[in-house]
Design a protein around this ligand. Structure first.
Ligand SMILES: Nc1ncnc2c1ncn2[C@@H]1O[C@H](COP(=O)(O)OP(=O)(O)OP(=O)(O)O)[C@@H](O)[C@H]1O
Length: 298
């Protein structure tokens, strides 16, 4: 059963449409990235899922049920940076947060351990680096030992070291069995930490699925067979090469295909020649992830 199911969610703010019928489901054990540029509706989606915003339409289900106080306790959320007391220690801050949330205070130790703050738990918050402050914010989401964490741009505003610390932590939490839903406008972040992704643009879902299928990293080779080669001959020749996939027509008599790792354009040229196909042109088109992202959200 999915941990979270959003069905046909829509949201308008006055005349602004922030979400247009968003449907997605987050399975247990996944790290689900909500990827989109600023203003695409990520925060709105998380806010509705968490019940801090009202949807204009659609439904939210947590653990197969309508949102209620009981299933809300199984969710840890970080929508905006919590206010910690600068003169209190990490541990004291978490104990206070646990009290406010009515979470079991015994989960404070676990949260400190999981976020790697155990050895610094008695240090005052004000002396913490940006990365440590954000790790403490993540620790507060772990209070009460929730099954899923919902994080809105958790690396925003951090320095490179802090970004690395937080990404590393998210990866460790996932390895530890937490399901995570994370909003980000950074493609490489989603690629590094997520197993699944939904790409949002202006409130529209552009693509969703496993990261490797949505954000394929493969370059394509562009091949131009000599004019006397029929499409059928080319298709037949390519079908005999298990390391060539996704042959498709491009503009002006050219075709493109993806080569498995370890195979280059020279291998393709040789293999086709051996099957009697001469190429008038062959080149590699590098598709940076950024370009693909732009293509998806265009
Ligand atoms: N309270 C509000 N009142 C009016 N419009 C809003 C409000 N909150 C969000 N919007 C608009 O809704 C759209 C989606 O915003 P949202 O914050 O969900 O996007 P986002 O992807 O999270 O972007 P960001 O990363 O900039 O927060 C934007 O056009 C935004 O201007």
């Amino acid at each position: 059963m999915p941990i979270l199911e959003l069905d046909n969610l829509s949201k308008t703010y006055g005349s602004t449409t922030a979400l247009k019928g968003l449907t997605l489901s987050v399975e247990p054990g996944s790290v689900y990235g909500l990827l989109g540029p600023n203003g695409s509706g990520k925060t709105t989606t998380l806010g509705i899922a968490l019940g801090v915003l009202r949807a204009s339409g659609g439904t939210v289900r947590w653990f197969g049920q309508e949102p209620n106080a009981n299933n809300r306790r199984r969710v840890g959320a970080l929508l905006e940076t919590p206010n910690f007391f600068p003169y209190l220690s990490a541990r004291q801050n978490l104990l206070l947060a646990a009290d406010v949330k009515r979470a079991d205070p015994r989960t404070v130790d676990q949260a400190l351990d999981l976020t790697g703050l155990g050895t610094r738990q008695h240090d005052k918050f004000r002396g913490f680096s940006l990365g440590m402050k954000q790790r403490l914010a993540l620790a507060s989401t772990l209070l009460g030992n929730p099954e899923i964490l919902v994080l809105d741009e958790p690396t925003n505003g951090l320095d490179p070291q802090g970004i690395a610390e937080v990404r590393d932590l998210v990866t460790r939490l996932a390895a530890d069995g937490k399901t995570i839903l994370i909003a980000s406008h950074l493609l490489d972040e989603v690629e590094k930490v997520c197993t699944h992704v939904a790409v949002l643009q202006r409130g529209d879902l552009r693509a969703a699925g496993p990261v490797h299928s949505i954000l394929a990293t493969a370059d394509r080779v562009i091949l131009r067979p000599a004019p006397d080669t029929s499409i059928a001959t080319l298709q037949q020749a390519v079908a005999a090469l298990p390391w060539v996939s996704d042959l498709k027509p491009e503009a002006a008599g050219a075709y493109s295909a993806v080569l498995a790792t370890g195979h280059g354009p020279a291998d393709l040229n040789r293999a086709l020649f051996e099957q009697g196909i001469a190429l008038a042109g062959l080149e590699v088109r590098h598709r940076s992830l950024e370009a693909q992202f732009l293509e998806l959200t265009r």
